[in-house]
Design a protein around this ligand. Sequence first.
Ligand SMILES: *Cc1c(COP(=O)(O)O)cnc(C)c1O
Length: 334
Amino acid sequence: MIDLRSDTVTRPSEGMKAAMMRAEVGDDVWGDDPTVQRLQATVAERAGKEAGLFFPSGTQSNLAALMAHCARGDEYIVGQAAHTYKYEGGGAAVLGSIQPQPLENAADGSLPLEKIAAAIKPVDDHFARTRLLALENTIGGKVLPPAYVTDAVQLARQHGLATHLDGARVYNAAVASGQPVGALTAPFDTVSICFSKGLGAPVGSVLVGSRELIERAHRWRKVLGGGMRQAGVLAAACLYALEHNVDRLAEDHANAAHLAAGLAGIDQVTVQSQATNMVFAQFPKEDCAPLEAWLKERGILTQMLYASRFVTHLDVSRADIDTFIAAVKGYFAR
Ligand SMILES: *Cc1c(COP(=O)(O)O)cnc(C)c1O
């Protein structure tokens, strides 16, 4: 099957599985797993932070970070479209007693500075205490403008706020902008990075930050049930991904551009945006369900909605994109 639904659908390669088989392990709840330690140190070093912490998922990594920054009754400023706010079951509020202050994202994914400034609450017992600004990079596939990130973080600092980056796809942002990942993570106090998206590992996220913040997140990871034992088998996949699957993200980005160009050539389709490994496009509403079924019969998995997202990844080739485009054309020509 050609699966364009998400970059989470990648399967571990033979090389990755071999690395997992060879992994040296120990009980990581006791801090005994040498492969987990190596992953945490490697990711922290590349991100320019003191420490790293391995999590089973990006959702848990983000939540533990928010809980490390904010106490009960504190507030974090976040985008309406941000994963931590919209797609994580409201975990910050539900499990962290942290009040979200969502703001409308601008078209480029940023949160306008004047809106951030206006949302920061004065110190007053009537208000939740505004503690944290959380951004996301990439967001909807888009790389946040670096000058914007600098300004937003500076604004947060001026008001005494900490900063967190949901960097689930920060390696896509780094490759797309030709910057070392450390340049994109440097402004933030904490950054969560996913290995189970375009990097192709089956599981895993690493949170990086200062030793003190990571120690706090470590306690919350245990509370949230994220303490894993011989997790080196998983960390080995992430280390393999760092070594083999970062530079090749450029191929996914080129394939997404190729996919967008193909769809743009079809009269019934409107391409809304393409950035890094994502393409958003609009189809006639009445065609969505039949087109999704048509594609599935031809071995292509999509999630065809009025505004559909197509995601490229290491299990999708240039030829697969051509097959997909030909199938969409075939549907409209039938
Ligand atoms: C996927 C994703 C997460 C969460 O990661 P999971 O491992 O699926 O829990 C967080 N943030 C963003 C931007 C993501 O795309």
